[in-house]
Design a protein around this ligand. Structure first.
Ligand SMILES: [Zn+2]
Length: 106
């Protein structure tokens, strides 16, 4: 899918990876991009969760930890272009992207 700038392309390409990424999803029939942050890649999550549970046996943690979070966004964080317009300009490509990103949703 053609996107507004190289930086947005990089964020979208990092979907499911550690750090910041941008993921495509459909919410109530609306095409939306979400900004996502992960402490580790999706494939590494089971290892991190297992290590945290093992550590908690001897060192209980009195806080709720989040290893990933996401928030819908409406403008490119790099250049300010409307993400809604980009999604609606090529709905077929956006829908294909949501299928690729389905496993990365939180
Ligand atoms: Zn942009």
């Amino acid at each position: 899918m053609d996107l507004c700038c190289e930086k947005l392309q990089e964020y979208v390409a990092n979907a499911g990876g550690a750090g910041v990424s941008i993921v495509a999803r459909i919410i109530a029939d609306e095409y939306v991009f979400v900004l996502q942050s992960r402490a580790c890649s999706l494939s590494e999550e089971p290892l991190l969760k297992n290590a945290a549970m093992e550590t908690a046996k001897t060192h209980p943690i009195q806080a709720k930890l989040r290893i990933s979070t996401q928030q819908a966004i409406f403008y490119c964080p790099h250049c300010g272009t409307s993400l809604r317009e980009q999604a609606n300009n090529d709905r077929e490509a956006f829908k294909a992207l949501t299928n690729q990103h389905r496993e990365f949703l939180i």
